[in-house]
Design a protein around this ligand. Structure first.
Ligand code: GLU
Length: 493
């Protein structure tokens, strides 16, 4: 297989937010091109006009860009083989020319069967247990009989009725399809648009695509495409059908399993580098142990021969683990950039102070090992970026403590804190442990109260380090407020 200067493509239909499965397929096609000094092309397949969703093309391109995938030619940047959107290519008449050629060679024919007839046919086939498919009713008609301008006509491809279509797939090896089982499919619809099959074949050829890397679910289309190539007297590209992605319950990954689009994963705080790494391992592996790959390493090691035939399982826990790994390994300033960008795209509602780089620099070392997604950071450090921390007063009162002992503890804490100089985590820890001892309460009880009073959170980064970042004045203010809240609470209860 000559892989040099390979031309691969991603040919999405703009029908909604791109599914991670499609994006994973795009990544394989991109990696293959990059690994073989080739070009990666994006072509929008929008011939099914009824299914077009506004904004879908932007979402697809955005998802790829976010992952760091770049393309050499595409709808937004053009290229020598444009246009890169099929509805625009249709205007050039290239699909019509192909249809003409097939009609002339009697490899295609007009069909004017009504939708009622086709419905009826489907029903009777299902009743008699036959597979659904067109019965060739118009195949042998004299074309003048069906060339009725007023009738809604389509053009169908005349599939060979017998014989075997043989094709070699890079991942699956030799595959054979029985021609007799494939019906005469539509290639030109009554609205004048080609169907996927025709447009796909015409364009892959016209754009000189050398390797078609696409999902396994397109395998049933393969014999149709191979026969179209042969009827149009064109050489087919090399095919590789990559495995589908299943959820952990081994059903097809869908919305009911949680996030399925890149945008959703992005909003949940996954890093593009982790996502790219994770998606590449869905169906591809280098060996049985290496899990972490940079983009460079992926390009270096990727080979289509190492893509597996069997379905890949999308393991959310593994993704989380991998993302946590990338966060832990991240350079602090890069992580700050990632967080700030994330919060711009997905603002934290409870932040009312703009997060500053200096505070983030102070607090990140406390949480970098604890968060698995960027989303988890906000609630953990909320206390640093909200004007007034709010909490339910009762949370101040720890287990086996009451209103009175809590109030005493807070008042004592106040004086200890005032005397803690310099106001460092280790000094605070030493003096507050001594205080707990003196008050005959467990350190955990004292620290629990103090955590609520100063952060408003039951879970926070390590307490003393957090207090050091909060600073002495604000810590004192917060404790005073807690005392006030407790007094009001005491009056009411
Ligand atoms: N337009 C098809 C899709 O949405 C492309 C299939 C192919 O790659 O041939 O997936």
């Amino acid at each position: 297989m000559n892989k040099n200067n390979a031309r691969t493509r991603f040919a999405p239909s703009p029908t909604g937010e791109p599914h991670v499965g499609n994006i994973r397929t795009a990544i394989f096609a991109w990696l293959f091109a990059k690994a073989n000094n080739g070009s990666f092309i994006i072509r929008i397949e929008d011939t099914d006009q009824a299914r077009i969703v506004e904004g879908a093309i932007d979402s697809i391109l955005e998802s790829l860009s976010w992952l760091g995938i770049t393309w050499d030619e595409g709808p937004d940047k053009g290229g020598e083989y444009g246009p890169y959107t099929q509805s625009e290519r249709q205007k050039l008449g290239i699909y019509e020319q192909a249809v003409e050629k097939l009609l002339k060679a009697e490899k295609a024919y007009y069909c004017s069967c009504s939708s009622e007839r086709l419905d009826q046919l489907r029903k009777s086939q299902s009743k008699s247990g036959k597979p659904p498919g067109y019965d060739g009713h118009c195949r042998n008609k004299d074309s003048t009989q069906v060339l009725d301008e007023s009738a809604k006509q389509v053009v169908r491809f005349a599939m060979p009725k017998s014989g075997i279509t043989k094709v070699s797939d890079t991942i699956r090896g030799n595959i054979e399809f029985e021609n007799g089982l494939i019906d005469d499919f539509v290639i030109l619809k009554s609205d004048g648009f080609p169907t996927y099959h025709l447009a796909n074949v015409v364009d892959d050829h016209a754009m000189e695509i050398s390797h078609v890397i696409r999902a396994e679910e397109w395998l049933p289309s393969l014999p149709r495409h191979i026969n179209l190539y042969s009827a149009l007297e064109l050489d087919p590209p090399i095919f590789a059908h990559v495995p589908i992605i299943l959820a952990s319950d081994r059903s097809k990954l869908s919305k009911r399993h949680g996030a399925t689009s890149i945008k959703e994963f992005r909003s949940k705080g996954y890093l593009p580098s982790a996502m790219l790494n994770f998606l590449c391992l869905l169906g591809w592996s280098l060996d049985d142990k290496t899990e972490i790959f940079t983009e460079k390493e992926l390009i270096k090691h990727f080979s289509i021969e190492r893509v597996s035939k069997s379905s890949a399982v999308f393991d959310n826990q593994k993704l989380e683990w991998m993302n946590g790994h990338y966060i832990r390994e991240s350079d602090q300033s890069a992580l700050i950039d990632d967080l700030l960008k994330y919060w711009t795209d997905f603002p934290v509602e409870t932040f009312d102070i703009e997060p500053s780089v200096s505070k983030l620099n102070a607090v990140l070392p406390l949480i970098q090992d604890r968060i698995k997604t960027l989303q988890e950071a906000g609630p953990m450090i909320n206390f640093l970026f909200s004007e007034a921390i709010s909490y339910d007063t009762q949370l101040l009162i720890q287990k086996k403590m009451d209103f009175k002992s809590t109030l005493d503890a807070l008042n004592e804490t106040l004086s200890v804190i005032k005397d803690t100089n310099p106001f460092t985590a280790s000094n605070l820890e030493d003096s507050l442990r001594l205080l707990a001892d003196r008050l005959s309460i467990k350190p955990g009880q004292l620290f629990g109260t103090l955590r609520i009073a100063t952060t408003g959170q039951r879970v926070s980064p390590p307490l003393f380090e957090s207090l050091e970042i909060i600073g002495k004045d604000t810590t004192i203010e917060s404790i005073n407020l807690a005392v006030k809240k407790l007094n009001t609470y005491g009056d009411q209860n």
